[in-house]
Write a protein that binds this ligand. Structure first.
Ligand SMILES: Nc1nc2c(c(=O)[nH]1)N[C@H]1C(S)=C(S)[C@@H](COP(=O)(O)O)O[C@H]1N2
Ligand SMILES: [Mo]
Length: 254
């Protein structure tokens, strides 16, 4: 049953002729947007790549970094929870895990122009105030877990080196075998809740969770919370980062 062409379509205050005109106009607008979109897409595709991404996308990442960096304060704290709410996180990510039973070596601390320091986990935390926080570990895979972490503040460790290590703009943290590595901007590394952590839920940090020493930071996703620390380097160039090399955001900030 066809409607007379001048009658309004039920429920819509317009005649079929008007509707046709509108849809023609909508179509042209859509086509124009589509063409512009295609042009923009081709333009984007042909821009020179910076770190493997066309530069406008890389610039967007940088912009994120700057915007979040601007509102960033080393003392703006993530929420802490009652200790009773803490549980064991799912052991996640095994890159750089030492073989069970293998001897775990000391940790190397490096910075430009200074002699290499080789320190056991115990020596790293020695003499520094103990810190315990019950905070939420957030994995980019979508799960999170409240955990009680114990250790020392990364900032205290950097100052303990006594060489102005904290004046370098970045820190590179790596497993001993170099298979997992993360880059930190210095403000995040010096955040009050960025810890060199040797205990979890009141127990010595187990091998599964990165023992003897891992990094914990409430200002970063789990990917940056490197386990089985083997090397800490204070550096002047933005360090490479395992997941950033796979296309994740280098900053990975929370
Ligand atoms: N060396 C190393 N550290 C790592 C990973 C890894 O694969 N290797 N995975 C990361 C990821 S993705 C998460 S979510 C957390 C998980 O910590 P957990 O195993 O203690 O739960 O560790 C991070 N640290
Ligand atoms: Mo993760």
């Amino acid at each position: 049953m066809s409607q007379p062409s001048s009658a309004p379509v039920e429920g819509i205050e317009a005649t079929p002729a008007q509707l046709r005109r509108w849809s023609r106009r909508a179509f042209s607008a859509w086509a124009a947007a589509g063409l512009a979109g295609f042009g923009a897409w081709r333009w984007l595709r042909t821009r020179a790549a910076v770190d493997g991404l066309p530069w406008p996308l890389r610039a967007a990442h940088r912009w994120n970094e700057r915007v979040f960096g601007a509102g960033f304060s080393t003392s703006r704290l993530a929420p802490e929870y009652p200790r009773e709410r803490a549980g064991e996180p799912k052991p996640n990510g095994r890159y750089g895990r030492p073989a069970a039973g293998s001897a775990i070596g000391p940790i190397q601390a490096e910075q430009p122009g200074e002699p290499l320091r080789v320190l056991s986990a115990a020596e790293i935390v020695a003499g520094l105030p103990r810190v315990e926080i019950t905070t939420e570990l957030k994995c980019v895979e979508g799960w999170s877990q409240i955990v009680t972490w114990g250790g020392v503040s990364f900032a205290d460790f950097a100052r303990k080196l006594g060489t102005n290590a904290e004046r370098h703009p970045y820190v590179s943290l790596e497993t001993a075998d170099g298979t997992y590595f993360v880059g930190f901007d210095m403000p995040s590394a010096l955040h009050l809740q960025t810890l060199l952590c040797d205990s979890m839920n009141g127990e010595p940090l187990s091998l599964n969770h990165g023992g003897p020493l891992r990094l914990i930071s409430t200002v970063k996703y789990g990917i940056k919370n490197i386990k089985w620390l083997g090397r800490i380097r204070f550096v002047d160039e933005r360090p490479s980062d395992f997941w950033a090399e796979q296309g994740y955001d280098w900053y990975a900030g929370l």
